[in-house]
Each structure stands twice: as C-alpha cells, then as structure tokens.
Design a binder for this molecule. Structure first.
Ligand code: HEM
Ligand code: HEM
Length: 358
C-alpha cells in the first residue's frame, strides 16, 4: 500500500510551530552556542579594524550573528519552560538570559538610536560589559547542561535549517538598517565601525576616554623627558622644549575610538622616523608614563606622528598632554597618550596581546 499524503500531519507534543519547523532541542542549543561565540569573537574583531570595508564586513557579520540569537528565541523559550520546571539550579541560566538580553538591547540601541549615555555609562559600554559577563555564565550553563554532538548534527537538513536561521537574521539586520535610514535615526550616520562623530575640528568637544585599565596621569612639562631608544645606541632624552622645536608636521587624521565615537582633527608633531630613523626589522614600541604599550611595524615610522598640538593648541591632559601618538589607520587604542618612550625592539610587531592587558 502506498503512502497516504492526504492524512493530516500531527505535530508531536514536543515540537513548536514557528515558521521553519525546527525541533527545540540540542540543535537549538548548539546553534545558540555557535551564535554566541561567533558574536563575541566578531565583536572583538570589529574593535580591531579601522578601514571602512573591513569594518563594514565584520560589523554586518557581527550584527547578523547577534540577531540570530533573537531569531531562535521562540524555540529556546520551549527549552527554557521545560528547564524551569525543575526544582533547583536555575540561577546561572537566568543570569545568562539577563546579560545576553541586556547586551542585545544595548547593541541594537547603539546601532540605531546613537551614542546613548545614562549616568556616564554608554550603551556600547553596557553592550560590551554584559557580553563579557556572559562568557563565564555561558561556560557554566553549557558545562552543567552538556549537549551531545552527533554525526547527524551536520546533516543536510541541519545545514538547511542553519541557512534558514542565518537568512532570517540577515533579513532582520537589513530591515533594521532600512528602518534606521528611512526614519533618519542617528544610526544612519554612524561609521562602518559603529562609531558616531563627536567633536571634529573642536578638540575640547572630543570625549576623554582611555582603555579601561588606564587613567589620566598628572605630568609636569618642566621635568618631562621623552626617551628615544634605538638598538646599539645609548638612550636619548628629549625635554618638552627640545621636542617642541622638532614639531614641523601638521596633518589631519581621524581618531576612531572603540568607545563608539570618532573625530577628525589637525595634529602637529614630529614623525617617528625623525626620531628613530627607518628601522627595517623588529618593531616600534610606544610606551606611556602609565605603562600602556603598543607595538607597530617598522615601516610605519614614516606615518606615525608624535603630537604635541591639536587644532593649533597644546594637548589637554585628557587627550594625552604633553605628547601623544597619532596613528592613522589604527583604532583609538593604538593612539598611545602621555608618551614617555619610543624605541625600536627586535621582536615583531605582532608580539603583544591583540588588546592591551594593562
Ligand atoms: C543565548 C544563550 C542561552 C541562554 C540565554 C540560555 C538560557 C537558558 C535558560 C533560562 C534555561 C532554563 C533554566 C534552566 O534549565 O536552568 C535554559 C535551559 C537549557 N539550556 Fe540554555 N541558554 C543559552 C544557551 C544554551 C547553550 C549554548 C546550551 C548548550 C549547548 C544550552 C543548554 C540548555 C539545556 C540543555 C537546557 C534545558 C535543561 C532542562 O531541560 O533541564 N543553553 N537555558
Ligand atoms: C554576547 C555577545 C554579543 C552579541 C550577542 C552582540 C550582538 C550585537 C548586536 C545585535 C548588535 C547590533 C547590530 C546592528 O543592529 O547593527 C551589536 C552591535 C555592536 N557590537 Fe556586539 N554583540 C556581542 C558582543 C560584542 C563584543 C564583545 C563587542 C566588542 C568587543 C561588540 C561590539 C559591538 C559594536 C562596536 C557594535 C556596533 C556595530 C554597529 O553599529 O554596526 N559586541 N552587537
């Protein structure tokens, strides 16, 4: 006897009907794991890039991965209801749900409504902070509720479902972009990095932000000295006055901070190759009085500028006085402030953590 396709299909009790038929199960949780890890990693990669094309590709991918989590909410809700029927041990799972929701809401608000700030805390800070808080909670959650991985998890049907979730998330991302643009929301004016213009041409209106481990030091220019070290040569010491006498380059450069803002200013200073020559190997190390350090490829000696002035005035303490680095093409965390030492070292430029740890 042949199949009887006219018989009505009965959904088993444990399935949920939401658009694509996907059983709320291991695969939903596995997909959440991939999306959460992917969004976390691409968020940091997005913090790395400055150039528009690289930034755009990573930001779009990041947004789609993040919104993929939202797409899976109907299926995860079934799993959550089932899990909550247990008598104990939901604290980590509920905390995870809270921080992921907070991160998602803050990320979308930053991308659509602009650089929002409440009590000195920006939406982007809430976004990144809660994403970081999600990491240990997600690890605890996954370790306490392990999901077996089977060969069939990579079946053709699973791939089709993954494409369905990814496609829906991409549509959601596109819809958000269109609404933002048509409604003329501030998000339409953000750079590919997600940053908003703040204080271009008016240095005093530029926010004061530094890496979260750093603080604004008090530096007396009367006693300040810049140390300049090249391999095989004794360290040179330059006073602030000596350095000022060397500042002949004026250049417009765009500073795009991972704090979510950007500004274009005219900087005045001295090129690093004037101080260090043109090193052909190793790396250029720029260190601040606070110990904050970044390394650059030797060929950037010709583009890096040690600036004493911005917009025709001496730098303000919050913007790096008396001397800061201007690093065109790099995100703000490379623009070392309060520079105390520049040196050429034998290690390659990638010989450092991708993001500052101190
Ligand atoms: C966006 C990320 C996630 C959030 C917000 C989240 C949240 C929750 C919540 C609130 C529960 C119900 C409470 C409980 O069972 O204690 C739950 C259950 C569960 N979660 Fe997650 N979860 C996420 C991702 C994951 C991942 C990546 C896995 C594993 C790979 C996973 C595995 C499970 C399992 C197996 C249950 C059901 C436990 C049961 O039925 O007893 N979850 N989740
Ligand atoms: C739990 C992990 C994360 C999730 C689920 C997530 C999700 C999202 C979402 C949905 C958006 C809005 C996208 C849009 O509508 O344009 C967004 C924006 C953003 N996220 Fe994340 N994110 C996570 C972690 C991170 C981390 C760790 C960073 C940085 C270190 C980061 C940096 C950013 C930036 C800069 C934007 C703005 C991009 C733009 O305006 O186009 N995110 N994120």
């Amino acid at each position: 006897m042949g199949a009887r396709p006219w018989l009505p299909y009965r959904r088993p009790a444990h399935t949920v009907k939401v658009g694509v038929s996907l059983r709320p199960s291991r695969r939903t949780n596995q997909a959440l794991l991939v999306l959460l890890a992917g969004a976390f990693v691409t968020g940091w990669v997005a913090f790395w890039f400055e150039r528009p094309l690289d930034s755009r590709v990573v930001s779009v991918l990041h947004g789609i991965l993040g919104l993929g989590i939202v797409v899976l909410i109907p299926w995860k809700t079934v799993i959550v209801r089932r899990g909550l029927r247990r008598r104990w041990g939901h604290g980590d799972a509920v905390a995870l749900a809270v921080v992921v929701a907070l991160s998602l809401v803050a990320g979308v608000l930053h991308a659509t409504l602009g650089p929002l700030e409440v009590a000195g805390i920006t939406a982007l800070q809430v976004h990144v902070g809660s994403a970081i808080a999600a990491v240990p909670l997600a690890l605890i959650h996954v370790v306490r509720r392990p999901q077996r991985v089977r060969a069939t998890d990579l079946s053709r049907r699973a791939v089709v479902r993954a494409i369905g979730v990814g496609g829906t998330a991409a549509l959601a991302y596109g819809a958000l972009e269109v609404v933002t643009s048509v409604a003329g929301l501030p998000g339409a004016r953000r750079r590919a990095t997600g940053s908003y213009e703040q204080g271009s041409g008016v240095p005093s209106a530029m926010p004061v932000t530094q890496w979260f481990t750093d603080g604004v030091p008090g530096i007396d220019v009367a006693t300040y000295e810049l140390l300049v070290s090249r391999p095989g040569e004794p360290t040179r010491r330059l006073s602030y006055g000596g350095l000022l006498a060397m500042t002949s380059i004026t250049e417009a450069a765009l500073l795009d901070c991972t704090g979510g803002w950007w500004a274009e200013q005219t900087w005045r200073g001295v090129r690093l190759h004037t101080l260090l020559g043109n090193p052909d190997h190793g790396s250029i190390v720029v260190r601040s009085v606070t110990g904050y350090t970044r390394r650059f490829p030797p060929e950037e000696a010709t583009s890096l500028l040690l600036a004493t002035h911005v917009g025709g005035d001496r730098l303000a303490p919050g913007h790096g006085a008396p001397v800061r680095l201007v690093a065109p093409g790099h995100r703000g965390f490379w623009w070392v402030k309060w520079v105390e030492e520049v040196s050429v070292e034998p290690q390659p430029s990638w010989w450092e953590p991708p993001f500052p740890l101190q």
